[in-house]
Design a protein around this ligand. Structure first.
Ligand SMILES: [Zn+2]
Length: 179
């Protein structure tokens, strides 16, 4: 069986792997591409590694960097600046910078891995002890996507009833820490 096109063929030698020169060339090309992709991926990873270290040591970061580091949408970052929840400075059009420590304060539960080692409290799904996603969204000025992301990242237990997702209030309040 040809390793490239999977068709049966009459092998000239016991080591023949491909049915034709064409398949042989295709396989060679594919292998070269795979090798090239790997080199590119490694280079990219190395580049991002340096970038992450660099970003984490900077006081002010770009909106794009904030979206990646904190899993927020651009709109959310801009809304937080507008509401004075985080410090933003404008260095020109499309050159908004935000204070990294403000975001870290806001999302301390997300960014501190040792906190997740605590024994999780038993989730309380009783009526009155839960928020829906939209309630969290409006209470903490975060769009629903950001809220869902936070819930996932913090492994907060949820309960789905019909089209509503219920989340224990105490666990959410802990994350936002009243802010
Ligand atoms: Zn073939």
């Amino acid at each position: 069986m040809c390793e490239q096109c999977s068709k049966p063929f009459e092998a000239k030698t016991v080591t023949s792997r491909f049915c034709s020169t064409s398949c042989n060339n295709k396989a060679l090309k594919a292998r070269k591409k795979l090798e090239k992709d790997k080199v590119e991926k490694d280079t990219l990873l190395q580049k991002y590694k340096n970038k992450i270290v660099e970003v984490q040591s900077r006081e002010f970061i770009s909106v794009a960097e904030a979206t990646v580091m904190f899993g927020l949408s651009r709109d959310t970052v801009h809304r937080y600046i507008k509401r004075g929840i985080i410090t933003g400075i404008n260095l020109g059009s499309r050159l908004t910078r935000v204070k990294r420590s403000d975001l870290e304060d806001l999302f301390s539960a997300v960014e501190m891995p040792e906190k997740s080692k605590e024994i999780p409290e038993k989730p309380n799904f009783e009526v009155g002890n839960c928020y829906t996603i939209s309630e969290i969204s409006s209470k903490f000025y975060a769009d629903p996507g950001t809220v869902t992301n936070l819930i996932k990242r913090n492994k907060i237990p949820t309960k789905k009833v019909g089209s509503f997702v219920y989340v224990p209030k105490n666990l959410i309040d802990k994350i936002f820490d009243g802010k």
